[in-house]
Write a protein that binds this ligand. Structure first.
Ligand code: TTP
Ligand code: MG
Length: 347
């Protein structure tokens, strides 16, 4: 059977970013607790943007009122936020990433994802190059997570800080991801955390042990599906570069995994119809149609076909989706099927 090549995704996150920039331009701060926030005056209103690792030892963290931070460590150095300086450092570190590959997703002032699947050198050597380049251009350190998808790469970069390099493979999920608290899962905020704790779920592993249906009951269709996939380390989301056109897609997870080709075909036709309706709502046409198919063992395949011109014809999109489906050998039960239109053009 055709196996889709696995992806290699990096998540790069700068260490104690705002504080590190301040320490770099004022070396006398090194080794001392430093807190960045508001106007830098802890007697005034304002919250902590970040604290260096020295200050974190006192329990100081982002989003804490400056007043509280001052009580925890009165001898800390409090500094005002200087966005211009941090943006400048941010641009510099991202230019290092872009020198390796254009497939970069800007995920915030101090973080980015890279898709390095097609790089010739090993991921470890690419990561070391990035670290050295960032150190040279900015004098700062970062932590890098390497994984088959963005979700796991982001968890990985947080596992070893500062100056860490952590690799997570699909086989590591049970050992390395499942013991983690649910809050470490991207998309789980304080409200979801409280809800899950209320039903006795504290770790990602406990979440993964819940039936998909239970999660949908508690959190609704789309977020329930997301939590179930995420707890199993599944994340198909692509690294989105700023010039990449958006896509329009629809997918369905079957109530029960199906083998029946008629059911699969009917669902694919319905999804194609919905995608076309969405495209017409957005006033655009697509040139590429792809399908996604996930089997009961979570193996996931995608197939794409690019047409000779842009179209919003339901018949053409449906036929193209079926042409993609024909290229998949359906030997196992199917759990999910999806249709995506890309290469979009506004009417
Ligand atoms: P983070 O990457 O969350 O934190 P950090 O880089 O300071 O520390 P770590 O080594 O754990 O990655 O956020 C990046 C920057 O974003 C941080 O330096 C300051 C800013 N920030 C805020 O202004 N408010 C916040 O609540 C958070 C979390 C971050
Ligand atoms: Mg950071």
């Amino acid at each position: 059977m055709n196996q889709p090549p696995g992806r290699t995704i990096f998540h790069i996150d700068m260490d104690a970013f705002f504080a590190a920039v301040e320490e770099k331009r004022n070396p006398s701060l090194a080794g001392r607790p430093v807190v960045i926030g508001g106007s830098g005056d802890p007697s005034k209103r304002g919250v902590v943007s970040t604290a260096n690792y020295e200050a974190r030892k006192y329990g100081i963290h982002s989003a804490m009122p400056l007043r509280v931070a001052f009580k925890l460590c009165p001898r800390a150095i409090f500094l005002p936020v200087d966005y211009e300086a941090y943006s400048e450092a941010s641009r510099k570190f991202k230019s290092v990433l872009l020198s390796l590959t254009a497939l970069m997703e800007n995920a915030g002032i101090d973080e980015a994802f890279l898709d390095v699947t097609h790089l010739l050198e090993s991921p470890e050597s690419a990561a070391e190059k990035i670290k050295a380049g960032i150190k040279e251009k900015t004098g700062l350190t970062c932590s890098i997570g390497i994984a088959p998808n963005k979700l796991l790469a982001k968890i990985a970069s947080d596992m070893l800080k500062p100056d860490g390099l952590t690799i997570i493979n699909e086989n590591d999920i049970e050992e390395k991801i499942w013991p983690l608290p649910i809050r470490k899962l991207y998309g789980v905020g304080p409200k979801t955390e409280e809800h899950l704790k209320g039903i006795g779920i504290h770790t990602i592993g406990q979440l993964a042990a819940l039936p998909r249906e239970t999660l949908i009951e508690h959190f609704g269709e789309s977020y329930g599906q997301y939590l179930c996939d995420a707890s199993h380390g599944i994340d198909e989301s692509p690294v989105i570069t700023h010039w990449e056109p958006k896509s329009i897609s629809r997918e369905t997870t079957f109530q029960e995994d199906v083998k029946n080709w008629q059911v699969i075909a009917k669902t694919l036709a319905a999804l194609a119809k919905q995608v076309v309706a969405d495209m017409r709502d957005d006033g655009c046409k697509a040139k590429t149609v792809s399908i996604k198919i996930r089997f009961s063992d979570f193996q996931t395949l995608t197939r794409a076909k690019t047409l000779t011109g842009h179209t919003d014809s339901e018949e053409e999109i449906r036929k193209t989706a079926f042409a993609c489906l024909k290229r998949v050998n359906i030997e196992k039960r199917v759990r999910l099927i999806g249709v995506r239109a890309t290469n979009l053009k506004k009417n």
